[in-house]
Design a protein around this ligand. Structure first.
Ligand code: FAD
Ligand code: NAG
Ligand code: NAG
Ligand code: NAG
Ligand code: NAG
Length: 544
């Protein structure tokens, strides 16, 4: 099972009209056809679209009657759960081609009472970058997919990357500029840089180098007033908040300056599969204490699926040393020379995404064109090894016909050496690993839906006694609305209510995030079902 293979199709060149006359017609049609809950604010939509039309070329504005609207809406949506006919849709999509288009979307939105949902790669597990769960709230989608330039400066080991780039596009460009450089971020190449960096971002290099967000040197952002700011002009508080505080809350990040990291020209990967009857239970139980304590150059995750555990590894070195290390630290796994593949770092990104190192690197550039499965995921942090008998009992869950997979991502190493308050991402020292419950399915209909959702939620419930507590923490980039959500109908999001889910993602950093929010967006323009609320001036004054 592979969670990140994009559909094989190439992004078809979409057929976008450039005629102003057609745009005017479309605007008129939209106002007539927008559904009744929004039609009360038809004049809002009208005024918003006219405001935009003054600043943005018509071929970059897409409204529901336009043939380009649906393909664009679906283009980077990753979850069929949120593209059903009943899902509230944006009253317009702004396909930003430059910074001023994003600024106009924010300014016009502020002026006319239309909120803006920002989308980079569209991988949000709850679809928050392209839908609103509250049909009362008219919104526009600001799509950054076209802002995806990557400029690498190999001499300085730095890069500027547009938020709309995917991780695959970033990795490809870095490797094309230098075989000695890499960037430490997520495993799935279609994930967008924008949302990923906003929430932290971890992958195969994290035990050596930490999070993607730990390597941000500067950023360009559109704030709630529509101003374009960089690190110097936004100030260190806001710059802190955008590196792990989750997407949407603080503004639109257009681009990022990154510090690249060094990798050897040859790295080693392996995948070892052990089934339940080959002592997989015992190996997983042992792995929990071994993997987070391995040298930082060695990443060894486990993917549990069916009645199998797959141990997948990236080692920043050669096979000889790896075999010696594995023999010394985890001999029970039985890793041998024949398991090794010595490849380049960029090939290792293909290996992890597509289960083969010999596939072409160009696969990293495939962004996909539409969602092909329903997805639900949840996450936990594990701080003490889960007992053997609990792992033994999970096989029954994994044998179910509707079973998903478990992904165990080892922390330790460079993940533990950063202070929990250095960035909003608090899950550092003391966490053995991140545990992700992930289900994806393609059968439609409520039966399949209910069964898969129940599987994820049921296993998560079962694990409660064995994972982090007070609060039971999770990773904001594995967004989970079961943890709680903002009520969008009220004017400003309630801080007191948001703490319930906010401290699960951010622990003690949640209050500082809310204080930054109060400073930079007190009117709560940038919000969604799990955005950071402004900290009330007098704390505890009411439960607004
Ligand atoms: C198949 C799959 C594999 C994944 N693998 C990993 C992994 O290996 N490691 C890991 O850490 N995570 C992983 N993730 C989670 C991923 O990091 C998050 O879903 C991330 O937020 C996606 O970024 P995006 O730009 O694609 O998402 P989007 O849906 O575009 O955005 C996510 C959120 O951020 C906001 N946002 C987006 N762009 C901006 C911007 N430029 N400025 C401000 N706000 C913005 C959106 O409004 C939304 O709220 C995976 C997700 C999926 C679906
Ligand atoms: C940030 O913006 C200010 C004002 O536009 C500019 O003077 C400064 O050079 C910029 N800083 C960087 C690092 O680009
Ligand atoms: C172990 O499991 C594998 C795959 O699940 C199966 O093919 C094999 O027959 C099993 N072996 C034993 C001894 O049960
Ligand atoms: C399921 O798929 C079929 C065939 O594509 C379609 O006709 C039907 O409307 C779908 N049902 C739901 C509930 O989405
Ligand atoms: C919410 O907004 C409406 C309309 O702007 C306003 O009339 C009302 O007083 C606001 N309510 C609160 C609690 O601020």
């Amino acid at each position: 099972m592979n969670m990140c293979t994009p559909q094989g199709q190439r992004l078809a060149a979409s057929n976008m009209s450039r005629s102003r006359a057609i745009l005017r017609l479309l605007l008129a049609l939209c106002i007539l056809s927008c559904n009744t809950s929004i039609s009360s604010s038809a004049s809002t939509a009208d005024a918003f679209l006219h405001c935009l039309a003054a600043a943005i070329p018509p071929h970059l504005l897409h409204t529901p009657p336009s043939p380009s609207y649906s393909p664009l809406l679906l283009s980077s949506a990753r979850n069929l759960r949120f593209v059903t006919p009943g899902t509230p849709r944006p009253l317009a999509i702004v396909a930003a081609g430059e910074a001023s288009h994003a600024q106009a979307a924010v300014r016009c939105g502020r002026l006319q009472g239309v909120r803006v949902r920002v989308r980079s790669g569209g991988h949000d597990y709850e679809g928050l970058s392209y839908l609103s769960l509250d049909p009362r709230e008219p919104f526009a989608l600001l799509d950054l997919a076209a802002l995806r330039a990557v400029r690498v400066d190999p001499a300085r080991a730095e890069a500027w990357v547009g938020s709309g780039a995917t991780l695959g596009e970033l990795y490809y460009a870095v490797a094309a500029a230098s075989r000695a450089l890499a960037f430490p971020a997520g495993v799935c190449p279609t994930v967008g840089v924008g949302g990923h960096l906003c929430g932290g971002g971890f992958g195969t290099l994290m035990r050596r180098y930490g999070l993607a967000a730990d390597h941000v040197l500067d950023a360009v952002l559109v704030d709630a007033s529509g101003r374009l700011l960089n690190r110097t002009t936004m100030g260190e508080d806001l710059f802190w908040a955008i590196r792990g505080g989750g997407g949407e809350s603080f503004g639109v990040v257009l681009s990022w300056k990154l510090r690249l990291v060094r990798v050897p020209e040859s790295v080693t990967v392996f995948t070892i599969r052990r089934s339940r009857n080959q002592s997989a239970t015992h190996l997983i139980a042992k792995w929990q204490e071994i993997a987070p304590a391995l040298p930082p150059d060695l990443y060894l995750r486990v993917v549990v699926h069916n009645q199998d555990a797959q141990f997948q590894s990236l080692f920043l070195g050669r096979c000889d040393r790896l075999v010696r290390l594995m023999r010394a630290r985890f001999s029970d796994l039985g890793m041998v020379r024949a398991d090794c593949e010595e490849i380049t770092w960029i090939q290792s990104t293909v290996y992890f995404a597509f289960r083969s190192s010999s596939k072409p690197l160009e696969l990293l550039l495939d962004r996909g064109t539409k969602p092909d499965s329903y997805v639900k995921a949840k996450s936990d942090y594990v701080q003490e090894a889960i007992p053997w008998h609990v792992w033994e009992s999970t096989w029954t869950w994994l044998a179910k016909q509707e079973a998903g997979i478990l992904i165990l991502d080892p922390y330790g190493g460079g993940m533990g050496s950063v202070a929990p308050s250095a960035t909003p991402f608090p899950h550092r020292k003391g966490n053995l690993y991140n545990l992700q419950y992930y289900s994806s399915w393609s059968e439609n209909g409520t039966d399949a839906f209910d069964k898969h959702m129940a599987w994820v939620r049921g296993l998560y419930k079962q694990m409660e006694p064995y994972v982090s507590k007070n609060p039971r923490t999770g990773y904001v980039n594995y967004r989970d609305l079961d943890l709680g959500r903002n009520e969008l109908g009220s004017n400003v999001t309630s801080y007191a209510k948001a703490r319930v889910w906010g401290e699960k993602y951010f622990k003690g950093n949640f209050e500082r995030l809310a204080a930054v929010k109060a400073m930079v967006d007190p009117g709560d323009f940038f919000r969604n079902e799990q955005s950071i609320p402004p900290l009330p001036a007098v704390k505890g004054w009411n439960s607004m």
